[in-house]
Write a protein that binds this ligand. Sequence first.
Ligand code: ZN
Ligand code: ZN
Ligand code: FE
Length: 762
Amino acid sequence: MTLDSAAWIIHIKGLVQGVGFRPFVYRMALQNHIKGWVENSNEGVTIHVEGILPQQELFLKNLKQQAPQAAIISEISVSETAPKNYLSFKIRQSHNFSDAITEVSPDIAVCPECLLDMKKQPHRIGYPFINCTNCGPRFTIIRDLPYDRDHTTMEPFEMCPVCRNEYNTILDRRFHAQPIACKSCGPKYSFLIHEDNELMIKQIPENRAAQELAEYIDSGRIVALKGLGGYHLVCDANNEDAVKSLRLRKNREGKPLAVMAGSIANVKKHFTITNIEENSLSSWRRPIVLLTEGKPFSASVNNGMKTTGVLLPYMPLHYQLFEHLKTDAIVLTSGNISDEPVTISDAEAIMKLGRVADVVVRYNREIHNRADDSVVFIASGTERMLRRSRSFVPSPIALNQQTEGIFAAGAELVNTFAIGKENQVILSQHIGDLKNAETMIFYEESFQRFSKLFRFQPTLVACDSHPDYLSSQFARSLGIETMEIQHHHAHIASCMAEHGLDEKVIGVAFDGTGYGDDGTIWGGEFLLCDLIDYERSYYFDPVPLPGGDKVTHEPWRTAVSYLYKYFGKKIFEDPLDLLKIIEPEHLELLLQAIDMDINCPVSSGAGRLFDAVAALSGVCTHSSFHAEAPMRLEAVMAANCRGKYVFDIEGSKIVFWKLFYLLMKDLHAKVAVSEISAKFHNTMVVLILTVVKKMRLETGINKIVLSGGSFQNRYLLEKSEELLKEAGFSVFTNRKAPSNDGGIALGQMAIASKRRAMKLID
Ligand code: ZN
Ligand code: ZN
Ligand code: FE
């Protein structure tokens, strides 16, 4: 078709709502003398275009090339239409409420134009709260819909005449930018510093704020800095004393700390990165990206892990800071003590973080919705979520079924929940470990806030089948119909939902812990499942976990249990390194507890097997944070080692006595841990391949879905995917939602909506 008629209809699909796209279209239309209109449609925006052909073509080209940074155009289609002889170009207002919902955009990193304006616009020179329709805070400041200033925490700031004029000028980049602000009317930073053991407010002239802050950091001090979705604790990433003292004061014993580098060039000074990693780092979402270290920061940043979480500046102040800093990178870790939710209130920051930090830097705009920095890693050339929060939430994920009215309560650790609107799933921000009382309050409060913001009324609740999960208890307390969903079924369904799969698949769910239908703990599971139901086809040989929950902090307990199970008491006469560190009486008590089944829940968790191997090989006998042992085991792995151990399949059980027998032999022969780790990882990959091949023979099913926290292990994920594909399988892995328990809510939503659609419930 030749497009030479005087009028076109352009349909644009993708992420084009709530990101300043319609005002952008308007500006482009005016620039190119185009008449007609733009409006939101179900899948994006629709534009009616009238003009003369060269202008129309230029307009189309501009749309593609100059779109706002947060817009993602996935498809543009152009068709001819009858001219209406419009006299002007208009933005048609949407009156549909579901449109308003899609307008709740995630927070967007400050855009390049605003960074330029910060150098040259008289009323915004050096002004760190600069933003425009293409960038700035969104979700973190919104209280209610529709998204306008009065419904955000910008409400107390009255626009000055200059800002108001820009806000009302349709050709201005700040036309209808709700958080618009300038030096004379917007929020301001203020400092509190310790003097005589008390935090005193220090007035610092605005133009000196970044410089002063940089001086504090360069001199080794710790700063509590208010960010977009919560406070951060900040110090020089190259100053070992500063990092050590931050860890100590924050009670963060082992967990790696995230680092903000001033620029991509600074990142490249420390890491060799791929294009995909570079794209993730500099995307407008500015997530923390796990990078494998070349030249390290100070040792306490990641405490011996091979990977470090790195991110680039995303608030104007971050950029200003790096203009003054001598160091090339700063630790930027969440502003909280231990496992509490990140601090968002200034009062709490002064009370709690004031004890930790030498300086507290706040600003006088409220954070309404807490959002931690999101965390991603790249595996098989694709970005994967580890924590989906700031700048991703509340972007919905679409399903093939109606989700309206379904509340998915999520898991208990690294919790997120989800609400269903039409066919969309709106996942909450990362909530955290609900066993922490403050985190549970955050969970309940966020559920209330999401319900209000998205006009959500639950009519069906989906929760984990674990009777003790606090999320499940909360779900039941709502007093509406509740559907219990098995944990690993939900993991697999989360990945199916992402890929639009609605059929029988082979699901490989590997994680630490999940409640099984027989009342034991599951986690090394091969499921034959669809979105309705599942069959547990194969699973890891269960072992008792002496001490119950204690095993997550003391992986050596699980190691002892495996050895006892497979080799009996005799094995402990052997002077293995691990066994030397255990008191003989302690060991005796542990074995008795197993014999008498006292506080010894039985588990088939894959995470536990990783724990046991990490402990036996001396990589991690005691862990100070969740999943430390498997992470350390992966970190020491030798590259290019092809060795492996063996295992047996007995009925439905995958049995590991040969693995442990060979592992013990290697330990006695003083084989390097790097090699032991590699052999173990290779065994897991071969195990997956072997079992699913068996299942393919049995069922004829060729689609494999991998999910569960163990697939945060990059080697396991990449190698399994590679070998499975070589063996002719179609392989599906998590991308949009985390494979850890942060993705459980999505899986629960997919199963609940499917069962409801099939009328399997009332
Ligand atoms: Zn901007
Ligand atoms: Zn102003
Ligand atoms: Fe899990």
